[in-house]
Design a protein around this ligand. Structure first.
Ligand code: IPM
Ligand code: MN
Length: 357
């Protein structure tokens, strides 16, 4: 029998997107050779570059093309060049449209602390050592997508809507993940103020009945933001809606020391979308100094969650640890125990080398 062949959609996007994707592809090529599977790539446009080349942030070819892939790897979008466009033409609108079109309603954002980088966080080592949590963020509903929405002369509004079906399916994802972890789910909402949050909470309680082994707690989002910084080790799985998950996952990323470290997986439908949680960092784009680890780590999540190549995924995780333990760092984490400050491409090459051994 011949090798397995996977078709991977590649979306470089804007800013540092192309640089970090290049390193991620380097690592994926290396690990596929080592593990005897093949990867074919097809590139698609999204975001600012898509606006420049086609006039819209999410071309039809991208929507159609990604459906034919086994998984999609995405860099980042956006930048000052496109900030003043009308909302429907903004790069961000393209990304939101892609998530919706792909039906990737479950966004998994792990936050862990690499022991090698224990001093890189702005928080005390005793607070963060051993942190290993997973934010399960609902990604295709809530206030990001609610109608009506309007920006008028004297008022503006958005609407936070969740349907029963949307809450049930994301809650199940969180409980299923908890079953494979420490069996604890903390659902984060604002039920003391918002009807939609009370609705969310009641439904999560219902879903929990099917998971008697999992301990469910609830927390208001303001308190959750505080608890994440105060005592992050109390969390296993954090289940939350779209906007709260956006905010809390940025906060959680700083436990690890840099937003340049953490990956994400957006799943739910046939084809998953894998991307770093950080943005396009236009201020450092093109300088070759961006941290590629979040994107390389996203490749690891893709191998595990979308392709079932667990061993390849583990190889990447091990290689990241090795590179960090040897003291190779990009600038964002270089103030701490760095032996050598490396360029984006050097880190990628080191990891590609380690996964091949
Ligand atoms: C993220 C980003 C996006 C979001 C933006 C770019 C639309 O911040 O993936 O967290 O808010 O979801
Ligand atoms: Mn965000």
């Amino acid at each position: 029998m011949g090798n397995k062949i996977y078709k991977i959609g590649i979306i470089k996007g804007d800013g540092i997107g192309p640089e970090i994707i290049e390193e991620a592809v380097k690592v994926l090529d290396a690990v596929s050779t080592k593990m005897n599977f093949e990867v074919n790539y097809e590139e698609f446009l999204l975001g600012g570059i898509a606006i420049d080349e086609t006039g819209v942030p999410l071309p039809d070819e991208t929507i159609k093309g990604v459906q034919k892939c086994d998984a999609v790897l995405f860099g980042a979008i956006g930048g000052p060049k496109w900030d003043n466009l009308e909302r429907h033409l903004r790069p961000e609108t393209g990304l939101l449209g892609l998530r919706k079109a792909m039906g990737t309603y479950a966004n998994l954002r792990p936050a862990m602390v690499y022991d090698e980088l224990i001093n890189a966080s702005t928080l005390k080592p005793s607070v963060i050592q051993g942190v290993d949590l997973m934010v399960v963020r609902e990604l295709t509903g809530g206030i990001y997508f609610g109608e009506p929405r309007e920006n008028l002369e004297d008022k503006a509004y958005n609407t936070m809507i969740y349907t029963r079906e949307e809450v049930v399916r994301i809650a199940k994802v969180a409980f299923d993940i908890a079953m494979k972890r420490d069996k604890r789910v903390c659902s984060v909402d604002k039920a003391n103020v918002l009807e939609v949050s009370q609705f969310w909470r009641d439904i999560v309680e219902d879903v929990a009945k099917d998971y008697p082994e999992v301990e469910l707690t609830h927390m208001y989002v303001d308190n959750a933001a505080m608890q994440l910084i105060r005592e992050p080790k109390q969390f296993d799985v954090i289940l939350t809606g779209n906007i709260f998950g956006d905010i809390l996952s940025d906060a959680a990323s700083m436990l690890s020391g840099s937003i340049g470290l953490l990956p994400s997986a957006s799943t739910g439908n046939k084809v998953g979308l894998f991307e770093p949680i950080h943005g396009s960092a236009p201020d450092i784009a093109g300088q070759g100094i961006a941290n590629p680890l979040a994107t390389i780590s996203s490749v690891s999540m893709m191998l595990k969650y979308a392709l079932g190549e667990d061993e390849a995924s583990q190889r990447i995780d091990d290689a990241i640890h090795k590179v960090l333990s040897e003291g190779y760092r990009t600038g964002d984490i270089s103030a701490y125990d760095a032996k050598e400050v490396c360029a984006t491409s050097e880190i990628g090459s080191l990891i590609a080398d380690y996964v091949s051994r």
